[in-house]
Write a protein that binds this ligand. Sequence first.
Ligand SMILES: [Fe+2]
Ligand SMILES: [Fe+2]
Length: 173
Amino acid sequence: MVRTHHSTTPLLQHSNLVTIMRHPSLQLLSHDHHHGLALALRCRKQGLGQIKPMGAVGLRERAKEFLEFYRASLVAHFKAEEEILFPLMRAQVAGCGELLDQLVRDHEQLRLAMPQLEAGTGLAKLIFDLGDLLERHIRKEERELFPLFESRVEAAQAEQLGAKLKELLSPVN
Ligand SMILES: [Fe+2]
Ligand SMILES: [Fe+2]
């Protein structure tokens, strides 16, 4: 089945409703982004002591939650982006190299922070910073990268990409 892939309008590129009108091939990634943004907000608030339980107990809860999300979703998500989406974009979309480099650096920074999160030291600053980094990273993908994909990647290739992402990211029952 051939689907058109011009499903967004410029207005929606700046919407906070990240999953609305997203190209079908990107929906699994956007689904993770949706959960990631909610977690990022909780982390920033926890780091600032704005949600209960406050103090060390709450920080440990957020650290555990972040690590679980990382293991359950982000490991495969980063792999799918780095091995499937980013190479396709690099090959097909002129001028997005710098953005892709920046996104890979964000992934690396998040990966490198996981041992520190496990160690559980300096959690208030770490949890806030990770929430901030994760949110900025997701916004860059949703507001800059995905609209480029939708407007510049040809339909057949977008379809192929969607199938590969599904293989990597769909939960196995
Ligand atoms: Fe990413
Ligand atoms: Fe992503």
